[in-house]
Ligand binder design. Structure first.
Ligand code: GMT
Length: 379
């Protein structure tokens, strides 16, 4: 098939899923066309046969205080659909991709070309941003007009029906992991550099937005490190990072907390970690937790959204109520102070992650494309 993928080209979860899906589809012989404003981060510096990138350019004009990205994207979708003979549009993150694709589809239909639109809902497009009245009517309409809709967890599917007046079916196709990249590798030299005296290593990766409750990560760590010698690795960047550096300095030894910013090879840091912390307020799936589990790192998390579909309480880690910093610290210490238990949880985390092997999930998308092409909501 010729597949047009629209996504945010950043390190965020939806962009990562879209790009890894595209790479997998290309390996399976499909021609994949990424249509976005910048080359997706996970495509940089690599040439993959069957993958094409079409940049959405915004022409500056003095009248525009805000350049109309959605209009430019819809126009580009029409152009690529005609020239690359696309069979399907697969848009990731509803805002503004679903409405831009809807517009492109209407234009194409007038030209006698039928390109069905599949929208994949990722999380904040539903639970946070999408349900805000600023966007809600357009999000509802464009989900209902999509020929197929998928959500990355059961929880997100339920939330979508709860927050929006949706008439369509929503298929759950979970996030996935590529084990050729995410696996435990020997990085003993890293471990020695980070924890020279054999301290335990806690890790957190995110975009440092409010919804991640990064302040809880710092608080949990400071409680743990007051009892068990340990270090905290903070990976990623975002609006809360600076505040968190100040908080870490005030709450415990800033020498034990390292802010590493965005990292290309996050799997190499996960390889040395003992526990992954994810205290999020809201999380449709928790791809970062899955990546940790694939690298044999158990997860202490909140029970928000779709996290319980990934992290199994008392097996692959622990689940606590959002904001239960004391509980999360206690469970983390329980793991770190019992070598046998920690080893068992590491093993369990890895076993659970195998359920989400890209080899199992990619065929679900391929089958869904066929189903929608042959008879989705648009037929
Ligand atoms: O986590 C983020 O804030 C980024 C966001 C995104 O859309 O890029 O991630 C969402 O999509 C990921 C991939 O499907 C999910 O694994 C994340 O759980 C989800 N984030 C939230 O729901 C907060």
């Amino acid at each position: 098939m010729n597949i047009g993928i629209v996504c945010y080209p950043t390190y965020g979860g939806s962009g990562v899923v879209a790009t890894e899906l595209g790479k997998g589809l290309a390996r399976n012989g499909h021609k994949v066309h990424f249509i976005t404003y910048k080359e997706p981060a996970r495509l940089l510096d690599m040439f993959v046969e069957n993958i094409y990138f079409h940049e959405v350019r915004l022409n500056d004009y003095p009248l525009f205080e805000y350049a109309p990205y959605e209009t430019a994207l819809a126009s580009k979708l029409v152009d690529v659909a005609i020239n690359a003979k696309l069979d399907i549009f697969h848009v990731h993150y509803a805002i503004p991709h679903a409405s831009a694709a809807y517009m492109a589809r209407q234009i194409l239909l007038q030209k006698g070309i039928d390109v069905p639109v599949i929208t994949t809902l990722h999380g904040t497009d539903i639970t946070l941003v999408g349900k805000d009245p600023t966007y809600e009517p357009v999000v509802t309409y464009s989900i209902n007009q999509s020929c197929g809709v998928t959500a990355v967890s059961e929880s997100l599917r339920t939330d979508t029906f709860a927050h929006f007046d949706i008439k369509n079916e929503i298929e759950v196709i979970p996030n996935f992991i590529d084990f050729s990249r995410f696996k435990k590798v020997n990085k003993d030299h890293f471990k020695k550099a980070i924890s020279p005296n054999g301290e335990k290593i806690l890790i957190h990766t995110s975009n440092f937005r409010k919804v991640k409750r990064v302040e809880d990560v710092v608080s949990i760590f400071c409680k743990v490190s007051s009892q068990i010698p340990s270090k905290l690795l903070m990976i990623g960047d975002g609006p809360e990072r600076q505040n968190m550096e100040i908080l870490a300095r005030n709450l415990c030894s800033s020498m034990d907390v390292r802010f590493l910013g965005k990292q290309e090879a996050v799997e190499e840091l996960l390889a040395v970690a003992d526990v992954f912390l994810m205290p999020s307020e809201s999380e449709s799936f928790g791809l970062a937790a899955l990546e940790a589990m694939a690298c044999e790192v158990p997860v202490v998390s909140s029970d928000a959204g779709g996290i319980p579909e990934v992290n199994i309480d008392g097996v692959t880690g622990f689940l606590l109520k959002v904001g239960d910093v004391d509980g999360m610290a206690a469970r983390t210490m329980e793991l770190l102070s019992d070598e046998a238990k920690l080893a068992q949880f590491k093993k369990n985390a890895f076993e659970q992650s195998k359920r989400f092997d890209i080899k199992n999930i990619l065929p679900l998308y391929e089958a869904y494309y066929m189903k929608i092409k042959e008879g989705g909501n648009c037929k």
